[in-house]
Write a protein that binds this ligand. Structure first.
Ligand SMILES: Cc1cc2nc3c(=O)[nH]c(=O)nc-3n(C[C@H](O)[C@H](O)[C@H](O)COP(=O)(O)OP(=O)(O)OC[C@H]3O[C@@H](n4cnc5c(N)ncnc54)[C@H](O)[C@@H]3O)c2cc1C
Length: 298
């Protein structure tokens, strides 16, 4: 199928200038957010999405923020991936987030696409969810409340995904922002992924976060993508690491436990068997890098 064919779609469009206007438009049955369109337009082309109204949110300048306030970094739904990747505060406080974004598509894709879109598309193999999960990200969900107000609530990202391509979002709701608490001293995070070629979607990806107490691992968080219906944390490995003295033996043994936490399948990008084998290697690499970034000695 050609990717340049004319798309036949009976669909209305809205170009709101404020969050309120966007939420009003999203109340209509079949209305859907259009951000960078790098997933949604493809999905329309292959009949995976048939929106009745597209609500284009990148014209809402109030949603383009990347800001640090009250000990947290907040990223608005209209902030492009390239702006986040190159943001000074992101690079200094969350280098692994910048690195995870850097592998997404090419420059043109990152100039269009958003972080909120990467999450809301809910692909099990998307590249930002693992790093956001280990950084304990929260998602701010908004919906119209009555004729004027906005109802908003925050949810840990871990509770956002409900299945492949499915999230907790209901008709009329959208993600306004994603926020991350600034990391404490002696902590570090890292991201790893494996793909056929660099521009391809990941066969598997992984992120690790550690907090260090001298030569011990005080806290560990591991997350993986493309190994289950949604991006997942790896609690078995986390429990095996916490409170223990860091060492390559511990990292190797703990990473081997990854099979307890994942349920990979065969698909066009890889086999379940290969994903299972490579997962422990990626976990090991991510943990070693996260430990180094926390200031720990090898
Ligand atoms: C060539 C190519 C290569 C790619 N490579 C990668 C890759 O390597 N890694 C990777 O992870 N992804 C990759 N992608 C996928 C894509 O670029 C990302 O998922 C992107 O971040 C989606 O953001 P967007 O702004 O374009 O979302 P859109 O396409 O506009 O929207 C995606 C979905 O999210 C919903 N949505 C968007 N924003 C919101 C919001 N604020 N609230 C509620 N719902 C919302 C839309 O309704 C739609 O269902 C690639 C895509 C292409 C075309």
């Amino acid at each position: 199928m050609s990717s340049t064919r004319v798309i036949s779609l009976d669909c209305q469009g809205s170009t709101p200038r404020s969050l309120e206007e966007a939420l009003e438009a999203l109340k209509e049955e079949g209305a859907q957010v259009l951000a960078g369109g790098t997933d949604l337009v493809n999905n329309i082309k292959i009949n995976l999405a048939r929106p009745r109204r597209l609500v284009y949110i990148l014209g809402i300048s109030d949603l383009g923020f990347i800001s640090v306030n009250g000990g947290a970094l907040s990223i608005g739904a209209a902030a492009r991936l390239s702006a986040i990747e190159h943001d000074r505060q992101v690079i200094s406080k969350f280098p692994a987030l910048s690195e995870a974004i850097n592998v997404i598509g090419g420059t043109q894709i990152r100039n269009m696409a958003t972080l909120a879109g990467n999450i809301c598309n809910a692909s099990p193999g998307a590249d930002t969810p693992p790093i956001l999960l280990v950084l304990d990200a929260e998602v701010e969900i908004c919906g119209a409340n009555g004729s004027t107000g906005i109802q908003s609530n925050r949810l840990p990202l871990g509770g956002f995904f409900t299945g492949p391509k499915r999230t907790v979002l209901k008709q009329g709701q959208m993600v306004r922002s994603v926020s991350l608490t600034l990391p404490p001293k002696h902590s570090g995070a890292a991201f790893r992924r494996l793909a056929r070629v660099s521009l391809d979607i990941a066969k598997i990806n992984c992120a690790a976060y550690v907090e260090r107490d001298g030569d011990r691992i005080r806290k560990a968080r591991i997350a993986l993508g493309s190994v289950a219906p949604t991006p997942v944390r790896a609690p078995t490995i986390e429990n095996a690491l916490e409170g223990r003295k860091y060492g390559l033996g511990l990292i190797r043994e703990s990473a081997e436990l990854v099979e307890e936490d994942i349920a990979p399948i065969d698909d066009v990008r890889s086999t379940a068997e290969y994903r299972g084998q490579i997962a422990s290697l990626l976990v090991r690499e991510a943990l070693q890098e996260a430990w180094k970034r926390s200031g720990g000695k090898e």
